[in-house]
Design a protein around this ligand. Structure first.
Ligand code: CAA
Length: 657
């Protein structure tokens, strides 16, 4: 497959790099050799960073780099391309001109994607001979680090084009969401814009200060940055132009707060011009200091209501699904949870009420979306009602921070907070405990595998923010009690549990793995107990189980130095049971899990019990326990089957009876 990337600028070079890293041959085109050289230089720099951070090897970086060819001859490059992605500046005439050329020189059937974030796909498609093959492919900046791509349909984009584009996005290692209609802002920016705008209006109307809102957004809602901090970081000019582009296509929807225009006209673009909502010193970017407790008076429901309204609009109009909205904000904006999940938690009745109040004071733009109104009238008001955008009914067990996949005789549990390296939040711990409790009754499942989502971490530990939020000894004590109970639950589960570690297993993440019966580790993984570097110690059994597994000397070293060790060292000291290459890692895990699933379940349960008891039972008692369990096993049908199979030299089939 040969991918044509048009434009070697901020987005173009990043897209080329991502594709090359995924093993795709790329031709990057720009108008001058100078732009191309600059693009290549940035790719080199970025690849070097990945090598430095040990994300890839030097050879992988070199191989990726060698997959990227460059040229200034668009026509020639187009003729040999199998797929084209355009990433030139956001100028509709320029884009249309390029698509005309692509349409003339690319073979018929070749898909032409545009990486616009603000322009209509349909208008770009009209410049070509193949509007059914034109599609939006919106990468987030910077493409090598941001895990999300929005695939956007123009009016005539065909289902085959969408499928092929989604597949390419996934092949490039991205999570793909689909924006089914060519609406301004697509999914993610259509949700972000009203939040930013509303925050501005609150300042403009004297309801709150920049600092109060940012503090509330960051420390109470848990977003990675304050909204004003984000506007400054990305550039107020960028937002102003994007807003205007949305507004020019949909005049009635957004009442743009005048602050944006004022700052734009004064050249106060944010961090890059030294002044925006905050003031910046020269040189290196420093994040503004936002006091932790400044935002206590902000009504989060009122602040987020317009944004939630916009998300509801997207769903009602069939532009997006609930899942894609949630994935979009989590992976595109770093939200700790989905925006609809936040709405469900607050209560949709409160969201509608906030919108009604705003409408009464400031006008029609705040009219609650009919979907929200309908949900409230039907009593689907969110978590408290058991049903909102998500279902919270006990029997359906929908989790938001773990994924449970039943594949009898195996059950895969994926820690699913990839944007936080699967840090263990209280919610995640609660969900995991609930899933394990249900599992106990599921006789078809014989082995459980726990792994991490996102390809970077099993888990980077307890979610540090939950400790800063519960910054009292009592708060921490309660959190750790839950966590320790989870580890005890894993240990006493009647089925074997495997920790499949690909990436970081640190702090609480390592402790979770220590409670599992086997730790299978990929070559690129790093394990450790770094808590000491934060001024704390392991709190979920790290000082106890670790000592038992690797010995007091090694445990002292790991806990007191707080250094990370690689897979090979982990294997050497017995922390890892097996180490496998990254490629095909989960296939190897599956093989071992399936092997375990063939063993007699009751005997496995007894083995777990007796082995774990060695940590706390006095030697005599442990031996007694072993003897008693052994004697009980003699009475199982599985034992009879085991012996009979042995005698007749066949493979046993254990039923767990
Ligand atoms: N809690 C909350 N968020 C975490 C986290 C954690 N334990 N670990 C990583 N993250 C977040 C980061 O804040 C970052 O979020 P933003 O993108 O919003 O900034 C995101 O995950 C990605 O992480 P990095 O940018 O730091 O990624 P990196 O590749 O530069 O570094 C890392 C990776 C070395 C694992 C680094 O993230 C790290 O050191 N994490 C903390 C590890 C740690 O100290 N764990 C112990 C926690 S305390 C504990 O577990 C107590 C206990 O025993 C129960």
């Amino acid at each position: 497959m040969k991918l044509l990337v048009v434009g070697a600028g901020v987005m173009g070079h990043g897209i080329a790099e991502v594709a090359a890293l995924a093993g795709i041959d790329v031709v990057m085109v720009d108008v001058s050799d100078e732009f191309l050289a600059k693009g290549l230089e940035r790719i080199r720099w970025s690849l070097d960073r990945f090598v430095e951070k040990k994300k890839i090897s030097r050879e992988e970086a070199d191989r990726a780099f060698s997959r990227i060819a460059t040229t200034t001859k668009l026509e020639e490059a187009a003729a040999s391309a199998d797929f084209a992605i355009e990433a030139v500046p956001e100028d509709i005439e320029l884009k249309r001109k390029i698509f005309q050329t692509l349409s003339r020189y690319c073979r018929p059937g070749v898909i032409l994607a545009t990486n616009t974030s603000t322009l209509p796909i349909t208008e770009i498609a009209e410049a070509t001979d193949r509007p059914d093959k034109v599609v939006g492919m919106h990468f987030f900046n910077p493409p090598p680090l941001m895990p999300l791509v929005e695939v956007v349909l123009g009016e005539k984009t065909s289902p085959d084009t969408v499928n092929a584009t989604v597949e390419l996005g996934r092949r490039m290692g991205k999570h793909v969401i689909i924006c089914r209609k060519d609406v301004p802002g697509f999914i993610v920016n259509r949700i972000l814009a009203p939040l930013l705008n509303e925050a501005c209006w609150m300042v403009q109307r004297g309801e709150a200060t920049v600092m109060e809102i940012d503090s509330a957004v960051k420390y109470r809602a848990g977003l990675p940055m304050g909204v004003f901090e984000l506007a400054d970081y990305s550039g107020i000019d960028v937002f102003y132009m994007a807003f205007n582009s949305i507004k020019s296509r949909e005049p009635s929807r957004i009442e743009l707060c005048p602050i944006f225009k004022e700052y734009f006209e004064k050249g106060m673009y944010g961090q890059k011009s030294g002044r925006g909502f905050y003031v910046y010193g020269g040189g290196k970017y420093e994040r503004p200091e936002i006091p932790r407790d400044a935002g206590s008076s902000i009504d989060l429901v009122r602040l987020f209501a317009p944004s939630i309204n916009s998300a509801a609009w997207l769903i009602r109009n069939g532009v997006s699904t609930v899942d894609d909205v949630e994935t979009g904000v989590k992976l595109g904006l770093g939200y700790p949870k989905g925006i609809l999940e936040m709405a469900d938690e607050w209560g949709l009745d409160r969201v509608v009420e906030a919108l009604e109040n705003l409408k009464a004071r400031y006008g029609e733009a705040y009219t609650p979306d009919p979907l929200l109104v309908e949900m409230v009238s039907k009593g689907r008001t969110g978590r408290k009602a058991g049903e909102g955008f998500h279902s919270y009914r006990q029997d359906t067990a929908t989790y938001s921070e773990i994924l449970v996949e039943r594949e009898p005789p195996l059950l895969w549990i994926t820690l699913n907070r990839p944007q936080r390296l699967n840090a263990l939040s209280p919610k995640l711990i609660g969900e995991l405990r609930d899933a394990l409790r249900r599992l106990e009754k599921d006789d078809e499942v014989r082995v459980v595998v726990i792994r991490g989502a996102g390809g970077r971490a099993f888990s980077a530990g307890a979610d540090i923010t939950s400790f800063t939020e519960a910054a009292t000894p009592l708060g921490a004590y309660k959190l750790l009690t839950e966590f320790q109970e989870l580890t005890n639950q894993i240990e006493s589960l009647s089925k074997p549990v495997i920790a499949a570690i690909d990436g970081y297993a640190l702090g609480g993440g390592c402790e979770l793995a220590l409670a599992c019966d086997l730790r299978i580790v990929s070559e690129r993984s790093e394990l450790g107990q770094p808590e000491i570097n934060l001024g704390i110690i392991p709190g979920a059994g790290g000082t106890q189980r670790l000592t038992h597994i690797v010995g007091l000397g090694r445990a002292m070293e790991l806990v007191m130095l707080g250094e990370r060790i690689d897979a090979e060292q982990a294997l050497k000291i017995g922390l890892a049971n097996r180490v496998y290459p990254v490629e095909g890692f989960y296939d190897r895990v599956r093989e071992i899990a399936l092997k375990l699933a063939e063993k007699p379940p009751i005997a496995l349960m007894a083995a777990k019990r007796a082995l774990h008891a060695s940590r706390y039972a006095p030697a005599g008692l442990g031996l007694d326990m072993e003897k008693s369990l052994f004697s009980l096993l003699i009475s199982t049908e599985d034992f009879a089957e085991g012996v009979s199979a042995f005698m007749s030299r066949r493979k046993p089939s254990f039923k767990g009876r």
